[in-house]
Design a protein around this ligand. Structure first.
Ligand code: IPD
Ligand code: CA
Ligand code: CA
Length: 260
């Protein structure tokens, strides 16, 4: 099948405009399960918008979206095409006016990621990764250099609703901080992962993420020459949450040793 990736990219860009225009009121913020886990009316609107547009582009595809909207199975990925949708990655940033959130759409075929589209509308940055064809940022090809941990910044993620391994995470982050140039917590795993592909970060670590958080970014990173897997070196899973350790080959190797 000849996939029209440009149509998907344009749709993700349009979804970003909904995020950019989004103005929140108290009534448009909803609490989900767990501590500090939110969904806004804009998370729902963007997911609906994406599902209806993606259905027109690829009618046979199924969907694995974060939010409970119609059309999202929120479950098993199919053997055919599956879209992984995070309508707003960085919802807490969005709620507090950080201007650092994105729309993330990944596409798998036969349970392997084949494309990823991540758009930050605040700075108009569009990351695209197509399996076998490379990764780009606003159309410019990305190739990452294999830098060591000591040569760069490492981002990490944590969420109050996932906080079972807080000590393990922060002990590891302290060690990483001491062996790198510095650490950051950007509040959007997808954007922090993209920053590996564009060379701003040498690595990213989070102990529990959902497939729609990293699916799109995994193609962008790999096609730029980086690595993504779980903390223990296994491949990331597409049907259930897992830990994520991504970066240059050398930085990932060093962080894996710290985690051991
Ligand atoms: C969250 C962000 C955050 C990460 C969390 C994610 P959301 O996604 O990516 O940076 O640390 O684990 O759940 O809820 O904003 O889509
Ligand atoms: Ca997310
Ligand atoms: Ca989200």
């Amino acid at each position: 099948m000849c996939m029209n990736y440009n149509e998907i990219e344009n749709l993700v860009r349009e979804a970003g405009q909904i995020l950019l225009r989004g103005t929140l009121t108290e009534n448009s913020i909803h609490q989900k399960q767990g501590i500090a886990n939110f969904c806004t009316d804009f998370d729902l609107e963007i997911q609906r918008f994406l599902i209806s547009g993606l259905r027109e582009i690829l009618p046979e595809a199924s969907f694995f979206g974060e939010e409970e909207t119609e059309g999202s199975q929120n479950a098993e990925i199919s053997d055919g095409y599956t879209f992984f949708i995070d309508p707003i990655d960085g919802t807490t940033n969005f709620m507090f006016g950080y201007h650092h959130s994105c729309v993330s759409v990944g596409l798998s075929y036969r349970k392997k990621m084949i494309a990823g589209f991540i758009y930050n509308p605040y700075v108009d940055e569009m990351y695209v990764g197509i399996r076998g064809k490379g990764s780009t940022l606003n159309g410019k090809r990305l190739h990452l250099e294999n830098k060591a941990l000591s040569q760069g910044i490492v981002a990490f993620g944590c969420a109050r609703y996932n906080e079972s391994d807080t000590d393990l995470l922060f002990d590891a982050v302290k060690e990483i901080y001491l062996r790198s140039l510095s650490v950051r917590n950007g509040g959007s795993a997808a954007l922090d992962l993209c920053r590996i592909a564009s060379g701003n970060n040498v690595a990213y670590l989070e102990l529990k993420l959902q497939p729609y958080d990293y699916a799109a970014a995994s193609v962008i990173i790999e096609e730029a020459g980086g690595c993504i897997g779980q903390g223990n070196g296994n491949a990331v899973t597409l049907d259930r949450p897992c830990s994520v350790l991504a970066g240059t080959a050398d930085a990932v190797r060093e962080i894996r040793k710290i985690l051991e």
